[in-house]
Design a protein around this ligand. Structure first.
Ligand code: AMP
Ligand code: ZN
Length: 113
């Protein structure tokens, strides 16, 4: 298995785990772009958002629920946070296992770069 995030999920590669349940894992991004920068990934391998199918509807909801829980636990929910999922090259996707970036702790600009 060559997918980086599958290897993190399997604990073959260490990560700073923030939250885990049967379907979802969340861990610190190693190159943080904000004071809080956490990646929320499904344990099922899905390479890009284009590969999300109807059978994944519950799983995608669980990713958002995990992100919401982490934001609340960190005390950033009321201030605000940003959830980002990049899809393919021009959006900047570099790891082809879908992930929500949970960014918080600073003022976010819009439009994003
Ligand atoms: P994206 O560019 O949207 O595909 O996001 C990939 C993210 O994974 C980037 O923010 C990287 O900093 C992050 N990343 C890469 N390798 C690791 C790793 N081993 N552990 C945690 N985060 C990683
Ligand atoms: Zn994977």
């Amino acid at each position: 298995m060559s997918c980086l995030f599958c290897r993190i999920i399997d604990k073959e590669i260490p990560s700073k785990i923030i939250y885990e349940n049967e379907q979802v894992l969340a861990f610190e991004d190693t190159n943080p772009q904000a004071p809080t920068h956490i990646l929320v990934v499904p344990k099922k391998h899905i390479s890009t958002s284009l590969e999300i199918s109807g059978g994944d509807n519950e799983l995608i909801g669980l990713m958002f629920q995990a992100a919401n829980k982490i934001a609340k636990d960190r005390g950033v929910a009321e201030r605000g946070f940003r959830l980002v999922m990049n899809c393919n090259q021009e959006a900047g996707q570099t790891v082809f296992h879908i992930h929500l970036h949970l960014l918080a702790g600073r003022r976010m600009s819009w439009p994003p770069g």
